[in-house]
Structures are given as C-alpha cells and as structure tokens.
Design a binder for this molecule. Structure first.
Ligand SMILES: Nc1ncnc2c1ncn2[C@@H]1O[C@H](COP(=O)(O)OP(=O)(O)OP(=O)(O)O)[C@@H](O)[C@H]1O
Length: 634
C-alpha cells in the first residue's frame, strides 16, 4: 500500500470544492457519469482499432444507493485504470484540472455555463470520503484509491476481477439528500436521460415477453386468463439514441412528434413544425428545434430549449448561443464546440458561438421559406401562431429581415395573406397618394375599428390586420427600408386625409361659416384632449370622426412594448383629433340652429356617437348619452 499527498502546495482545494456554488452540488453526478461514459467510449475505440482484445458486452453504467452504509456508487464497465494510471490521472491530472477550474471560477461568480469541467473532484462536494476501485482492461491487478477529503490518499491493490471502475461516495452528513432514490432519479432524468451509454438505476418488473398467458373456459363457458408472468429487468433510465442524433432522412414526422413528447412529457400541445440541425463544419452541432403554438398565457420559463454536450444536459439557458428571437422555440441543441467553462459574456464574443447562432438563424429562415413555398395554404393557417417569433426576428436580426421577405405575411381584415411585395403590387394603383407615397392601411382590432375599416373599404382600399404586440416597431423598420411606403392605421385620420388625392372636395360651408362653427364646437368638447379640425369630406361620410394621430399613437405603443419611442412620449396624455365633416347635412344644421341649447345637444350627440365608434364612451358619459338618445326619439 502506498500513501501520499495529492499536492502539498494546495491544501485548501477541498474546502474550495465543497463551497463551490452550493446550489449546484448536484452536478457531481453528471461529472462522474460523464467519466464512466468516456471510459466506455474509449474502450470501444480501443477494441475497434485492435488495441484492446476484450469484449465490450452490453457495457452500462450502474448507479446504486446503500442507505445503511451511506454510500452512492457509480460503476462502469469501461477501460478502467491501473494503479499507475490512478496515480497519474487522479492524483495529478484530475487534481490540477480541478485546481485550474476553481481558479477560473473564483473570478467568475456563477457565470460559468453549466459548470462543466470540475471533473472527478466534484465528488467531494457531497462526499466526506471517496473510494475508487478500478480494474484496467490490461492484464494488471485492480487498484483501490481512498481519500477522505484531506490532501492525503492511500493506494493499494484490490481483488476486483471484472473490468471497469467503481466510484464509491461516502455521502457527507450535510448531503444525505443524495441517498434518496427520488433525488437520484430526478438528477438522472435531468442530466442523463439521453446519455450515450445505458444507465441502470435499480430494477423494474415487466411482463415476460416469452410468456403467453393461457385462457381457460369453465363449465359455464366463462373465460379466465391467467396473470401475466412478470420478470425483473434492469431499469435503464436513458434513451441512448435520441432523435437528434439520427439522420433526418431516417426519421418520419411521427418520430419528431414522439421526440417532442419525450422531451417535454408535461406539454400537451403539439408543435407546429420542426427544424433538424446538422452541421459538422466549421463546428459540430446537431439538434432539433420545434416551433411551438404560442398562446398569450404561455409560461416562457417552461420547456425551454435544452443545450447538450455529447448527449449530456448542460443547461436550458441558451442565452448567447441561440439568438434572442429563437429562444421562444423548443427543442435541443447539442454541440461539443460550445465552450462551457467560460462566462456568458465571453461566450457572446466567441467566434465559434457567433457562427453557431448565425447558422441557427439561417436554418430557421430556410425552413420557413421552404414551408411557405411548398404549402402556402398550410403556412397561412399557422401564421398567427408563429408571427410573433418571425416579426421579432425581423426586428432584431438584419439578415433574418432580408430572408423573411420571401415568407413574412401581411394578412388583411378579410383574411387574405400577402407577402410584402404582393402587398405593394396589390395596393400600388389605388393607394398611392398625390405625392407618390404608397399608403398601407392597417387596423389593430377589427371590431373596435370597424367603421374606419368600412370607410377604407368603400374606397376600394386594402386594410391589413396587424395585431401583434411589436408591430409598431416592425412598421417603423419596414418604412425605414422602403422609401415612399408609409403605414397608417385606419383611425389615424379620416380616410381622404390618410390617402390624399388631388381631387379636392369642395366645401359647402364658406370660410366665414367655418370660422363661426369652429369655436361653437370647441366649446362643447374637452379642449385639452380634442383638437377640432374642419374638413370638407364626402357628404356621405360621418359628420364627426375621432382620429388618433399616427405618430403619437405609434410612439406610445412602441414605448409600451419596450424601447424605440421618443423620450417620455409614453407618458403623454391621450390626444385625439375631432374631424368635423363640413359637407354633412348635420353639420350644416348645427350651424344654422337658432337655439344654443339645441345646438349643444346636437353637437354632444354627434360627438358621443363618434366616441362610441372609437370605443371611447364609458361610465357617466355613456349613461348620459343613452338618456339623451331616448329623449331624442320620444
Ligand atoms: N470512470 C473512469 N474510468 C477510467 N478513467 C477515469 C474514470 N474517471 C476518471 N478517469 C481518468 O481520470 C481523468 C481525470 O478525470 P476528470 O473527471 O477529473 O477530468 P476529465 O474527465 O479528463 O475532464 P473534465 O474536466 O471534462 O471532467 C480522466 O481523464 C480519466 O483518464
């Protein structure tokens, strides 16, 4: 037996390991299982190249709890280590690796992605003593290494005869939760459910596949089937062959649906479509992303994209790796090329990671373009569920904005869907104003803006229905990149002002009459909120129309949905225009009414009707309006 000091110069590594991110102690299991997985893959490789003359068998990793002895054991059937190798890999390499990791971690509070790389010594986060019993595939005796968390270790021979390594953790008194079966099952499910090597955790009973229960009939003809014979088998907790590791050509739609369910067992809504990622140059990355059906009360923190490294779960915080707008997607990405022992801010500046993010964006755009091209009708039915992601992408990534030209849709209030180019083509003739600007009309709510939509449709104009929360920003961007194209919400002004043509409508009122009328109306409406504007319009248009100036409304909306607005504009009070149609009969009547009382009543009634069509009439005003209306029809 030999005894020694792992490294005399650093006595305090064990307390450091112990302190390491208290809440993340659980990663020790992932680290040890990863070592067992590596040891199995290495042996497989040595067998394949003829360096190891042994049988791999159905090598698995076994996790077991011994509550009486307070141990947790991780046992693999990998290549094992000789005593010399334990000395070299555990006492030297693993130790200096852990040291280096902790050194890096010290200046990097909680920033390290997935806390990968602490390695074997992470065992001391939960164990007061660790034993390694290992037998190499080489013809050498087994070795037994013990360390109780002090820099001292012992190394002696052991009589283990089967190949592989057992790591026995004597769980510390403050970590006994890791002796609970439910806790270990939770960790195995979280980190290792797609591990490359099968992981056994206990046994389970299943129906014996070689047994067929017989059915007998009694004298009354009643059938009885004997119970199925049960056998006990290994409880393998993982799927070593998840869908993303396979070739897209080998998978059917159903396989993707099943994988989605496997990944998110608590998610009952199916995904809309998937994107299979598969690249090996200039970086390695595989994965499957799913477009979920978005609903307004969806919990964004649930069922997020999961990042794996060689089928081992790292994190479901993919910030910096997946572009922001795609973080609403679901699924898995797996890459050995993402540096995980660095901070997130470093990650965002990393060239390889930037390329990965760019690649994902491109793949998503290509997929959307092909879905649109191959089945436009189906794409249109899905548009409502995916538009927020696409619009957000168009706003945040210029490359995506360019690509989205071919598939981003602009639906009308009548459920026709145009691409931007189609929209321009369709509206060019009718909706170009006298200054050569093409005006795209839109509504945000079909019900609330009904009368404005009707007014536009009467003129033969198309009205889009743009109702997603970030549409204000998108419109701004579209206007910025298309000179001479302007967007206007249907209720931003009366329709003849939204798309101004050369033909001026002659006013039935003289200038003097207008000057008399204006103050009368101003006196009857709250002037701090309404600006009265007299316009000669079509005599069939409404007498009073309330409009919300486009610029003001857009700025307020953009500020409400985050950024982009002008300073403080979001806090401005609501401002409206009251457009008075001087060619309407009623307006003429208001002017010519002799009694001030009747005049006021007419104005109030017309004003309330205008408010009603903007959904602005509430409370006491609404009660008064109803009362006045009954009096008028008496
Ligand atoms: N179960 C095992 N079977 C065989 N060798 C092992 C086993 N566990 C650890 N080793 C040896 O000890 C070395 C150090 O392990 P450690 O976990 O500290 O670092 P690592 O696995 O090399 O890297 P990482 O920092 O990614 O964990 C391994 O490289 C391997 O040679």
């Amino acid at each position: 037996m030999s005894k020694g000091n792992i490294n005399v110069s650093v006595e305090n590594i064990f307390p450091l390991i112990k302190k390491f991110l208290y809440s993340d102690h659980e990663i020790f299991l992932r680290e040890l299982i990863s070592n067992g997985t590596d040891a199995t893959s290495k042996l497989k490789h040595l067998i394949a190249i003829g360096e190891a003359k042994v049988e791999l068998g159905d090598a698995k990793i076994e996790i077991s709890i011994d509550k009486d002895n307070k141990t947790l054991t991780i046992k693999d059937q990998g290549l094992g280590m000789t005593a010399d190798e334990v000395e070299k890999y555990i006492n030297q390499i693993a130790f200096s690796g852990a040291e280096e990791f902790l050194d890096k971690y010290k200046d990097n509070e909680a920033g390290i992605i997935g806390h990968f790389g602490l390695g074997f010594y992470s065992a001391f986060m939960v164990a007061k003593k660790v034993e390694i019993i290992t037998k190499s595939f080489k013809d050498e005796p087994a070795a037994h290494w013990t360390c109780d968390g002090s820099p001292e270790f012992t190394l002696e021979a052991h009589d283990k005869t089967d190949r592989g390594t057992e790591i026995i953790l004597h769980i510390a008194d403050d970590s006994t939760e890791f002796l609970e079966e439910s806790k270990i099952r939770e960790l195995l499910t979280k980190y290792n459910r797609f591990n490359q090597v099968p992981i056994k955790f206990g046994t389970k009973k299943i129906n014996d596949p070689d047994f067929t229960p017989t059915t007998t009939k009694d004298k009354d003809g009643k059938e009885t089937t004997e119970p199925h014979k049960q056998i006990e088998v290994d409880n393998i907790i993982n799927n070593t062959d998840p869908a993303w590791t396979k070739k897209p050509a080998d998978l059917e739609d159903e396989d993707y649906t099943n994988f989605y369910r496997e990944l998110y067992p608590m998610q009952f809504e199916e995904s809309l479509f998937h994107i299979h990622l598969n690249v090996d140059y200039p970086f390695n990355l595989t994965g499957i992303l799913f477009f979920p059906k978005l609903s307004p009360n969806m919990d964004m923190q649930k069922d997020k994209i999961q990042l794996y490294q060689n089928q081992v779960f790292v994190t479901d915080n993919v910030e910096g790796i997946v572009p922001d707008f795609l973080q609403m997607l679901k699924g898995v990405i797996d890459s050995p090329d993402i540096p995980l022992n660095v901070s997130r801010s470093y990650l965002q500046a990393d060239g390889a990671v930037k390329k990965i993010s760019g690649y994902i964006t491109k793949k998503v755009a290509d997929k959307l373009a092909s879905l649109f091209k191959n089945n436009r009708e189906d794409f249109e039915t899905k548009w409502n569920d995916i538009k927020v992601i696409i619009e957000y992408g168009m706003l945040s990534e210029d490359k995506f904005f360019d690509k989205a030209k071919s598939f981003a849709l602009y639906p009308t209030v009548d459920n026709s869907y145009f691409t931007f180019d189609e929209l321009l083509e369709k509206t060019k003739a009718a909706q170009t104003d006298k200054d050569g600007n093409q005006i795209i009309l839109y509504a945000a709510n079909k019900e609330a803006q009904h009368s404005y939509i009707q007014a536009a449709k009467t003129k033969g104009y198309e009205v889009l229905l743009l109702d997603s929360p970030i549409v204000g920003h998108l419109i701004q961007k579209l206007e910025g990149s298309n000179e001479k194209v302007k967007f206007a919400r249907v209720d931003a002004d009366h329709i003849d002002n939204l798309i101004k043509k050369d033909d001026t409508v002659i006013s039935k009122l003289t200038d003097e009459e207008k000057e008399t009328l204006k103050p009368i109306i101003e006196a009857a409406v709250p002037k701090e909120t309404y600006t009265v504007q007299l316009e000669a319009m079509d005599s069939s248009a409404s007498p009073f129309i309330i409009t919300v100036p486009e610029f003001m409304r857009r700025m307020k909306e953009m500020q409400a949905s985050g950024g982009g607005g002008m300073m403080g504009m979001g806090n401005f009070p609501d401002m409206y225009n009251l457009v008075v149609n001087t060619n309407h009969e009623l307006v003429g009547e208001i002017l010519n009414t002799k009694t001030a009382k009747k005049q006021e009543r007419l104005i109030k009634q017309a004003f309330d009707l205008a408010k009603l069509s903007q959904n602005l009439l509430h409370g006491e005003e609404l009660t008064n309006f109803i009362k006045r209306s009954y009096e008028l029809i008496k």
